[in-house]
Design a protein around this ligand. Sequence first.
Ligand code: COA
Length: 318
Amino acid sequence: MYSRIAGTGSYLPAAVVSNADLEQRMETTDEWIRERTGIQRRHRAAPGETTVDMAEHAARAALLAAGRDARDVDLIIVATCTPDLVFPNPGVMLQKRLGCVGGPAFSVEAACSGFIYAMSLADKFIRAGESKCALVVGSETLSRITNHDDRGTAILFGDGAGAVLLEAHAEQGIISTHLRADGNYQDLLYCSGGISRGHAPGGDHIVMAGSEVFKMAVTMLGRIVDETLAANGLPKSAVDWLVPHQANIRIIQATAKKLDMPMERVIVTVQEHGNTSTASVPLALDAGVRDGRIKRGELLLLEAFGGGFTWGSALVRY
Ligand code: COA
């Protein structure tokens, strides 16, 4: 038994913050942001709009795309670093909203790699026969942990959600997943406060050593895409679409180069919403599916890198 993608969905909040808006607030330029990151705009959750609100929109869209009823769902995993509450976890909140209580529902925190981690877990549940229909969601309200006066980070992050419905299937869908972490790099990318340590004065914010993170992301993502193909005995040319974490166009270009892939075969959405952490990979996947570029039977390589550091990949026959 394998797990297969039955449907995808996504959601971006209505409010948009453009590079021109940021020029008004801090010492930066549209040109600098576009050249160094590829980002043109990012979406921001409305006051009171939460991670679970956005997760629900994306989840309903994925269910609709799959032609499945929410009552079919027997497992929910929500990847996020910005949960509504410490507990209950956003998975059970989503379960209640969708009306599919009973099966396991939980959240995964692995920063920007969270969706790949969650997808890998759901795949294992399905392969083990413990789930037949799993909802995997990445959803973030990063605007609530962004220092909007810090030009090194405020330009990068945005809000949004993406979801994938996985179903048990006799044919191979998810071929392999590869998860990695190295806790030695915690100081390069982290949130400055929390429950156990206490909240940071002035609020908990993303802190990042940008160029160090950049170099590690390029190195580790280059390595993991090689490992993923080697583990499956596949040449680079076998991959139809790279669906990368949307953090920075230059990181995406470096990974594509490592795979000898032209940018026409890479799903790029970073210009539209910036870095949405766990939502980023499913947002890109949904964009590629909905505009008809990604077709059934094609081979997809998903990858992500985030704080921790954590990183990972998934090779998927769509
Ligand atoms: N506008 C204008 N100038 C800016 C700026 C901004 N928004 N942000 C930083 N700068 C300045 C710096 O202060 C620095 O100036 P200095 O040389 O006078 O000190 C200069 O630009 C270069 O800064 P640096 O941080 O070396 O730039 P960079 O090319 O590395 O780009 C990032 C910065 C953040 C865009 C880039 O490092 C990056 O994308 N890193 C990875 C981020 C990421 O993906 N994180 C999440 C991983 S999940």
